[in-house]
Design a protein around this ligand. Structure first.
Ligand code: GLV
Ligand code: MN
Ligand code: MN
Length: 418
C-alpha cells in the first residue's frame, strides 16, 4: 500500500465509470416502477432491500459496517493512522416516484472511490467513511434529513423514533419491522470533514454549460401542515353563503403561495405539495382538509416574511369561510453556509481535472447541511438534464456522473491526506 501526501502523488488515479453506472442501475432496480424510475420510500420493504444490497457491497469492499439506532449505515475504510474519518455519502431512500440518482449517486460514488483506492492499493492517512442516512427525503416521515439530524445531535433519538408517517406508522415501528436498526451509538464515528456528491436537481449547470457545482450553501426550508375544519354539506342544496368549505380555503392558498413567490422574487419558491380533502366526493362540500406548504429561500429574513404572509392568508380566508385552522411545523431549517475551504477545494479539484465549475447554493435539502453542524462540510453538484428531479425522468449524463465522482475522489484523498 502507498500512502500519498496529496492527490498529486496519484496523477492517473480515476474512478471506473462503468462500475459506478452498474451499481446505480442495480440499486435502481430495487423498487423499480413499471414505467421507469424507482420507489423506495424510507423504511419500506423496498428501502430495506436497497439497504441490504448497499451493505453487501460495503462488506465486499472490505468496509467495516456499523448501523445505529435510527438505521444510519456507515462503512469505514481504515486509514494509516487511527484518526477521525473523512466521510462521504448521502441517502438511498426516495420520494414515491423518483429517479435513480437522487441520493444514490452520493453513496455509490463513495463506494466507487473506495474501490478505486483499493484497486490502486492506496492507503489514506485518515480513514474514509461512506455513509447513508435514514429518511433523508422526509416524504414519508417529516422532517427531511432525519437520520443525519439525529446523527449530529439535532433531534433526540426518541423524538425521531416516535414520528408518525403519512400512513400512521412510526419510524420506530418501521425500523423494528424491517430489523433496520443497529447497536452503534448515534453520531459515531466523529467526523473530520464531510463531502457529498449529488445531482443538482435544478437547471443551472446545464443552462450554463458547466459540469461541476461547488455548492456553497443550502437554502432555508420551511414545511408546514395545515388542518382545516369546516362542515361537510350537500353540494346541490347548500347556498354559497352558507358553506364552510375547507377545500375552497386550500385552493385559495394554493394560488396565493404561487403569486407570493413571484412577488417576493429572488430565491423564494413556494409549493402546496400535498392536499387531502374530506370526504373527497363529487357531491359533498369538503368539510375538512389537510395540506402542506413548502417554502424555501436562501435568505432567512425573507423566508420568515413568506411564512408570516402565508399564515396570515390561511387565517384570513379560513375566517371568512368560518373554517378553523390548526398548524403544525413539519420541518424548519435555516439556510446553511458550507465551509469556505472545502468549497475552494471542490473548485480547485474541478479545475485541475478540466471540468468547468461554478459556485452555487443548493435548492434542495441534503445530509451535508446537517453534518455541517459538527464538521467542515461541502458538496459537489453535477447537472440534471432539464433540471428535472423527484420525477422518474431524472437523468444525469454518464460523463457528468464520472466527472463528479472524480472530483469527489480527489477532494476526499486531499482531505484524508492532510
Ligand atoms: C429533500 O431532500 C428536499 O429537498 O425536499
Ligand atoms: Mn437527495
Ligand atoms: Mn430528494
Amino acid at each position: 500500500m502507498q500512502t500519498p501526501s496529496s492527490p498529486d502523488a496519484l496523477p492517473g488515479l480515476r474512478i471506473n465509470r462503468a462500475r459506478l453506472l452498474a451499481r446505480l442501475d442495480a440499486l435502481g432496480r430495487v423498487g423499480a416502477l413499471p414505467g421507469g424510475g424507482v420507489s423506495r420510500l424510507a423504511l419500506t420493504d423496498e428501502d430495506r432491500r436497497g439497504r441490504g444490497l448497499v451493505i453487501q457491497w460495503m462488506r465486499e469492499l472490505g468496509l467495516r459496517v456499523t448501523i445505529d439506532a435510527i438505521g444510519n449505515v456507515v462503512g469505514l475504510r481504515p486509514g494509516a493512522e487511527p484518526l477521525a474519518p473523512v466521510m462521504t455519502g448521502s441517502h438511498i431512500d426516495t420520494v414515491r416516484a423518483a429517479g435513480i440518482f437522487d441520493g444514490n449517486l452520493g453513496v455509490l460514488a463513495g463506494l466507487e472511490v473506495v474501490e478505486t483506492l483499493n484497486e490502486a492499493r492506496v492507503a489514506t492517512r485518515r480513514p474514509l467513511a461512506v455513509a447513508f442516512f435514514t429518511n433523508e427525503e422526509g416524504a414519508r416521515f417529516p422532517p427531511d434529513m432525519m437520520g443525519s439530524l439525529v446523527y449530529v445531535g439535532g433531534m433526540p433519538l426518541a423524538q425521531a423514533l416516535a414520528t408518525k408517517g403519512i400512513d400512521g406508522l412510526t419510524v420506530g415501528e418501521c425500523l423494528k419491522r424491517g430489523a433496520l436498526a443497529g447497536s452503534a451509538p448515534c453520531g459515531d464515528p466523529e467526523v473530520h470533514a464531510f463531502v457529498e456528491l449529488h445531482i443538482e436537481q435544478g437547471p443551472k449547470l446545464e443552462r450554463e454549460g458547466l459540469t461541476i457545482g461547488a455548492v456553497d450553501g443550502v437554502q432555508g426550508i420551511s414545511w408546514t401542515e395545515y388542518t382545516l375544519t369546516g362542515s361537510p354539506n350537500h353540494a346541490g342544496t347548500t347556498p354559497m353563503s352558507l358553506r364552510r368549505d375547507a377545500g375552497y380555503v386550500v385552493a385559495n392558498v394554493t394560488c396565493y403561495v404561487r403569486e407570493l413567490a413571484r412577488e417576493l422574487g429572488g430565491a423564494q419558491v413556494a409549493t402546496v405539495g400535498a392536499i387531502n380533502l374530506k370526504p373527497n366526493l363529487v357531491n359533498v362540500v369538503p368539510g375538512a382538509a389537510v395540506f402542506t406548504v413548502d417554502l424555501r429561500n436562501t435568505d432567512e429574513q425573507r423566508l420568515q416574511e413568506a411564512e408570516r404572509l402565508v399564515d396570515a392568508r390561511v387565517r384570513a380566508v379560513a375566517a371568512a369561510e368560518d373554517v378553523t385552522v390548526a398548524r403544525r411545523t413539519l420541518s424548519r431549517f435555516a439556510p446553511v453556509r458550507f465551509d469556505p475551504a472545502i468549497v475552494a477545494r471542490v473548485e480547485r479539484a474541478a479545475r485541475e481535472l478540466g471540468h468547468p465549475c461554478t459556485r452555487m447554493p443548493s435548492g434542495a435539502g441534503h445530509d451535508a447541511q446537517m453534518l455541517a453542524r459538527v464538521c467542515p462540510a461541502g458538496m459537489i453538484f453535477v447537472p440534471s438534464e432539464g433540471g428535472i428531479s423527484h420525477n422518474i425522468r431524472e437523468r444525469t449524463a454518464p460523463a457528468d456522473l464520472e466527472a463528479g465522482a472524480n472530483v469527489l475522489l480527489r477532494v476526499l484523498v486531499e482531505l484524508a491526506s492532510g
